[in-house]
Structures are given as C-alpha cells and as structure tokens.
Design a protein around this ligand. Structure first.
Ligand code: DX5
Ligand code: ZN
Length: 213
C-alpha cells in the first residue's frame, strides 16, 4: 500500500461517459474509486444506487470505496457488498447507537467498514467504537454536493482520531480537497484523500492525482 490512498470521487465525472472517466483516474494511478451514494433524505441530493455500482465493478480493477450518505444504512449493506463494494462507509449521524452493529455487519461480509462524521459532529461521540472500524471518514464539507469549499476546522479533528485509533486505521478526508488542503490533512494525520472536482476539472489528471500524494 502506498502511504496515501487517493480515492477520486466520480461525483464530478461525466456520467454519460463514466467508463472513460473511471479509466482516466485508473491510468492516473488512483488507488481506490470513491462512489457517493445519496438518498435525498440524509442529504438533499440523489446520486448512485446498487445497479450502477454493479456495472462499475465490471469495468475497473480499482477497489470500490462506497460512501453511503443515506438513512437506514443497515438495509443496504448487503446489496452494496454483493454489487462489489470493497469498503463501505456509513454516517454515524444516520446510525447513532446502531453504529457498532453496522460496522460488524459490514465486516461479516468481508468488506472494510468505515464510519463517517459530518462537520458538526465531534469525534468524541465515536471514541468507543472507533477501533472496531477499518476507516474513519472526516467530512470537510457538508455532505451532499461536490465542489464545495474545504472547512479547515473539520481537519482539526484528525489528530484526535489518530490518537485514539489502532495502528492500521485509515483516516480519510472528503470535501474540498486539492493540493493545498491535502497537505494540511496529511500533516494532521490523514492517510486517505477523496477528491472530486480537483481531479476531474483538472487538465492533467495524472498530475492532479500525484499532487495530492
Ligand atoms: C460530498 C461527497 C464528496 C464529493 C467531494 O458529499 O461526499 O465525495 O464528491 O467532492 P469535492 O472533492 O469536489 O469536494
Ligand atoms: Zn464522498
């Protein structure tokens, strides 16, 4: 594994040319592919569902990093696992005291489990369950849309998460990541970066991916 896991978000790709846009980041050396699943309830937007993930699995070798921004995540873990998810991340805010059960539900399907916190959620609330997860995803924008501005105070949660995590914890950040904000997050202890707009709107996708490392 490389030091920093780069996971381009296809939310900023051209959905009419998804295969081409996935190959672009694959050829550019991306490590994972970040797929944002939104239900119009947990967030005010609707994006990708299980059938699309299943199709994507057929055309890429990249591990599929599924970010569930949905209510009742436990209902959809198995379908996404069967569709080919390699990592499934759900939101603490959508699960609350069911979070640990959901982490175990994901791992029982041989999929890595991630738990995410929104900008207004403090990491202390997941302290006791953190170490059961394989990944913690720190949102650095309000979830729902690509292309928003990075909230630097959210990155200040990273050191706390690192201090309270097992050695293999993946600490991922998502929202407003570019070469500058990536540096801030990595210096605080992040080891996985999601980027949508920064990668897909760049003229040189390979250089953009490399600039995040
Ligand atoms: C936002 C999504 C992000 C989004 C990031 O709710 O979770 O993954 O695609 O997009 P950028 O990198 O453009 O902020
Ligand atoms: Zn995301």
């Amino acid at each position: 594994m490389k030091n920093i896991i780069i996971s381009p978000s296809i939310l900023s790709a051209d959905f009419a040319n998804l295969e081409k846009d996935i190959k672009l980041v694959e050829d550019a050396g991306a490590d994972w592919l970040h797929i944002d699943v939104m239900d119009g309830h947990f967030v005010p937007n609707i994006t990708i569902g299980v059938p699309v993930v299943k199709s994507i699995k057929q055309i890429t070798q990249l591990p599929l990093d599924i970010h569930l921004m949905i209510e009742n995540p436990e209902k959809y873990i198995q379908p996404f696992a069967e569709a080919g998810a390699d990592i499934i991340t759900f939101h603490y805010e959508a699960a609350l005291d069911r979070s640990l059960d959901i982490i175990k539900q994901i791992q029982a399907l041989d999929v890595k489990a991630g738990i995410s916190i929104k900008p207004k959620t403090q990491p202390e609330v997941i302290k006791d369950i953190l170490n059961y997860a394989d990944m913690v995803l720190v949102m650095t924008v309000e979830p729902g849309f690509g292309g928003q501005k990075f909230m630097s105070d959210c990155a200040d949660k990273i050191p706390y998460i690192k201090e309270n995590s097992h050695d293999n914890m993946i600490i991922q950040v998502d929202g407003g990541i570019n070469a500058d904000t990536a540096k801030i997050c990595v210096s605080k202890g992040a080891n996985s970066l999601v980027a949508g707009n920064y990668i897909y709107k760049s003229n040189d996708i390979k250089a953009a991916v490399e600039s995040l490392r």
